[in-house]
Design a protein around this ligand. Structure first.
Ligand code: KG4
Ligand code: ZN
Length: 338
């Protein structure tokens, strides 16, 4: 592709309404409106999320265009999240993208949200990008996947969660500790002051590369209920050690599987992506592991870990280069896989 390409990326799969402008692999703007309305419910309420997307989408897209200092007419294509995610939320982004593409007479590209998390590694393309094939541990609020990434387009899921996602394990544990939603980053913060060996929780025993986190959540719940009967201030008295021990167990489960996948595939270039890849303990443990074992490690910048539209735009760019366009018949898909 010789001529430069400007892509508008739109993300609306969960509780963030986001838009970004990408020129080739460079981000010109990256706007995110995070919905606060869900906090009081301790989790995302789908109907409230889609209504908030409807309210936010036009101002967010307009702001992205303004911040990028381009004209609407400069946009060559629109990339949008087709799935996976909340259907009502996805429909807002999908319908908006279709309407805008039709009115501007430009192509549109449908993007898989999980693949986009992985491709966030190619934003601001430079010599520091992962080389193919690499293994990516994609850990978000809704999904946990181990993916063999063969190219920008070809990816194979080697393992996935059988129940809760890693981010859900953080958020549900945080809720049990009385922390606000989403609590992953709070566990990360409090864990820094705690002893991660103070409390022991069992890890699931799953032979293949799949994950499971619901058993851990249940054992944490029973443990806390039991301790609270002996000491009603148990959580307060032990919050740092509880956070450190829970976080340690979740990260051990993830790292065990990643190491197993490295052994099975003999691929030593590894990456992480998704909201949980912002976790400071995961990042540190991976750095140590890679130094010890000589792996090439790729960790995304914090702003590209959690949901954003820059990653949707970069995923769109590679499909654009591959002439993979969506038609006006395209629709959202809550359980989209690849
Ligand atoms: O990728 P993401 O923004 O949204 C989904 O696609 O689900 O991931 C959100 C998840 C939430 O579960 C949140 O608690 C978790 O990422 N998260 C963290 C951290 N920052 C965000 N979990 C652990 N440590 C963090 N620092
Ligand atoms: Zn995500």
């Amino acid at each position: 592709m010789n001529k430069s390409c400007v892509i508008l990326g739109i993300e609306s799969s969960c509780d963030d309404t986001a838009a970004a402008i990408l020129k080739d692999t460079n981000i010109l703007s990256n706007v995110i409106s995070t919905q606060k309305v869900h906090q009081e419910y301790g989790g995302v309420v789908p109907e409230l999320a889609s209504r908030a997307h409807q309210k936010n989408i036009i101002p967010v897209v307009e702001l992205a265009i303004k911040k990028a200092e381009i004209k609407k007419q400069d946009i060559n294509a629109i990339a949008f999240t087709k799935g996976p995610g909340l259907l009502g939320s996805l429909l807002v982004g999908t319908s908006f993208a279709k309407g805008l593409a039709l009115s501007m007479n430009i192509p549109m590209i449908s993007v898989n949200h999980m693949q986009a998390h992985i491709l966030s590694h190619f934003i601001n393309n430079n010599s520091g990008n992962p080389t193919f094939p690499f293994l990516c541990l994609t850990v978000s609020g809704g999904h946990t996947q181990l993916v063999k990434v063969k190219s920008h387009i070809q990816m194979k899921i080697l393992g996935t969660t059988l129940d809760d996602a890693a981010g859900e394990a953080f958020d549900k544990s945080a809720k049990l500790l009385g922390l606000s939603y989403p609590g992953g980053h709070l566990i990360d913060k409090y864990a820094r002051k705690g002893n991660n060996q103070k409390f022991k929780f069992n890890k699931p025993n799953i032979k293949n590369l799949n994950f499971s986190f619901s058993g851990l959540k249940t054992s944490i719940r029973y443990f806390i209920e039991k301790e609270l009967k002996k000491n009603s201030k148990f959580i307060n008295d032990n919050i740092y050690d509880l956070c450190a021990s829970i976080q340690h167990t979740i990260i051990e489960i993830l790292l065990d599987k990643l190491e197993k996948a490295i052994q099975q595939t003999n691929i030593k270039t590894i990456a992480i992506a998704g909201g949980v890849s912002a976790n400071s303990y995961l990042r540190k443990r991976l750095e140590n592991l890679s130094n010890d074992k000589g792996y090439s490690l790729f960790i995304p910048r914090i702003e590209y870990c959690t949901d954003n539209a820059a990653m949707i735009a970069i995923a769109g760019l590679y499909k654009y280069k591959n002439n993979e366009f969506a038609s006006q018949d395209e629709t959202a898909s809550a359980r989209l896989i690849f």
